[in-house]
Design a protein. Structure first.
Length: 303
């Protein structure tokens, strides 16, 4: 046991010797972004600025009345989950050797160049090689990473949908684990990762790690993927439906969509998170936001 702890401490010391290395940034940047982005929404909620209040999903007093967990407890559990998340990152993220990075890049570019050259050969042009080189670089630096990123989003969504739904449908799992998160009937940004520690590990940390591993993401790509997923999760719990927010108008699965799931009338719906809604659509668990009067009636019945 002591050797395991010593090894972990050694890994941590080595990891944070240079905090700006890609594999280290992928560990701590999503955590920093979580607190900074949440703090922005916390300020808006406390300031109650009239212009922004028109986009607020719940009345300011509603959280104190309906939420069943203190803010201090939420913050402590989120911090604990993020520590666990960072420890898991040590196992997943490995430093890249510069010579290996160069060799991999050259091999990939050569492979894409051969494919591109084969495709452009039949087309009359001044320099097939120059065009093939441009295409190969576009594939390596843009097309392939974009495809990896998108497929990682799909994998994470699938993982979270089915596990999230299981935690709702199984009474034992819901009572002892997932009910922690649903103590927040009025979600707020800091509570986005408020979960039972085991659920947080399985649903969030393991899901993102698995998606990045399956798609063979580099540490640099993991920085973008983990940080963007964190931003999206916080935004889905922020409590404000801003029409200009790209995380909300570009995704049907947004703060309003997920807010339905946190209400008693929608607790068996809208399991999809954090990106898309197609699993809910395909499997019949989608619920659009009801009108305010209908929502009040449904909430009354559910309670």
């Amino acid at each position: 046991m002591n050797s395991v702890i010593e090894g972990l401490v050694s890994d941590l010391q080595r990891a944070f010797a240079n905090p700006w290395k890609d594999e280290v940034l992928a560990m701590w940047l999503p955590v920093a972004v979580y607190w900074v982005y949440s703090l922005m929404y916390h300020f808006l909620m406390k300031a109650e600025i009239p212009f922004f209040e028109q986009f607020r999903l719940h009345d300011p007093q509603e959280g104190d009345k309906r939420n069943r967990v203190s803010v201090k407890r939420v913050l402590a559990m989120v911090a604990f989950q993020q520590i666990t998340q960072m420890l898991l990152s040590i196992l997943v993220l490995h430093p890249e050797q510069p010579d290996q990075v160069v060799a991999h890049r050259e091999m990939a570019l050569a492979r894409y160049f051969a494919i591109a050259l084969h495709l452009v050969r039949p087309v009359p042009m001044a320099s097939h090689e120059h065009v093939a080189m441009l295409i190969s670089r576009a594939m390596y630096y843009a097309l392939i990473p974009a495809m990896q990123f998108f497929l990682a989003m799909v994998i994470l969504d699938a993982h979270q949908y089915f596990l999230h739904r299981l935690f709702h449908m199984n009474k034992f799992l819901y009572k002892h684990f997932h009910s922690h998160h649903h103590r927040l009937y009025v979600p707020y940004a800091f509570g986005a990762l408020y979960n039972h520690p085991l659920e947080g590990l399985l649903l969030d940390s393991l899901g993102a790690a698995m998606a990045s591993e399956i798609m063979c993401m580099t540490p640099r790509m993991c920085i973008y993927f983990f940080t963007f997923s964190t931003l999206k999760t916080v935004d889905d719990h922020c409590g404000y439906a801003f029409p200009w927010n790209p995380l909300q108008f570009l995704f049907a699965n947004n703060v309003e969509y997920h807010n339905v799931h946190h209400q008693p009338y929608g607790i068996k719906h809208n399991f999809s998170q954090p990106y898309f809604t197609f699993w809910d659509k395909l499997l019949g668990t989608e619920m659009q936001k009801p009108r305010a009067s209908k929502a009040a009636k449904l909430n009354g019945k559910a309670q």
